[in-house]
Design a binder for this molecule. Structure first.
Ligand SMILES: CC(C)(COP(=O)(O)OP(=O)(O)OC[C@H]1O[C@@H](n2cnc3c(N)ncnc32)[C@H](O)[C@@H]1OP(=O)(O)O)[C@@H](O)C(=O)NCCC(=O)NCCS
Length: 169
């Protein structure tokens, strides 16, 4: 069954490291590395290093500061998402609004997990982060632009490559 879980102490980091790294190295998931190069480099390669990087990310998760979520297909971890305060923010976005982002790996896309994951993040944005958030999506990324628009994000600006969206509960 597809579902989303909060990234906390109940997650087995070694199993998560195995699941994510195996999916992220597949060529069909190379768009995730383009969007999130830092995450993919931390979550691929030597399993003990990936486990340790996941433990570091987990230690940074605190209510109202940073929260991460794992997308599951049955018992397999197939995606990850985060609410966090970004180092740099685009024009029209306030620094009190957290950024939301995430990915679902092939072959588990187009089954509703991306939408479920975003809904889970927005519930936490409302509960812990004051109800405002922002994200950015490549103009060419049709599923993601649909997903954020249907979740209530509104376009605030755009660059040559990306659309910037804000969410207000
Ligand atoms: C964006 C992403 C998270 C969507 O995940 P997903 O599990 O496929 O999402 P869903 O199945 O919930 O579908 C989300 C929307 O995209 C649409 N969609 C799904 N697959 C699609 C496809 N191949 N073509 C067009 N639209 C598609 C769905 O119909 C849905 O739209 P709806 O809200 O109108 O129902 C996933 O494609 C991904 O990880 N992409 C790479 C990383 C990325 O771009 N992240 C977003 C930037 S933060």
């Amino acid at each position: 069954m597809n579902h989303i879980e909060t990234f906390d102490d109940h997650i087995d980091l070694r199993v998560l490291a195995h699941d994510l790294s195996a999916l992220l190295i597949k060529p069909e998931n190379s768009d995730i590395a383009e969007e999130f190069p830092g995450s993919v480099s931390r979550y691929t390669g030597d399993i003990e290093t990936v486990r340790s990087n996941l433990a570091e990310a987990l230690a940074d998760c605190k209510p109202g500061i940073r929260q991460q979520f794992i997308a599951f297909s049955g018992t397999q971890s197939v995606g990850m998402s985060v609410i966090r305060f970004a180092d740099s923010i685009p024009r029209g976005i306030q620094d009190t609004w957290p950024n939301v982002s995430g990915f679902i790996c092939h072959p588990f896309r187009s089954q509703g997990l991306g939408g479920l994951s975003l809904a889970a993040r927005l519930a936490v944005v409302r509960d812990q982060f004051g109800g405002d958030a922002w994200t950015q999506v490549k103009k060419t990324n049709v599923p993601s632009n649909r997903m954020v628009s249907h979740a209530g994000f509104v376009k605030t600006s755009e660059t040559d490559t990306h659309i910037i969206y804000a969410y207000h509960a």
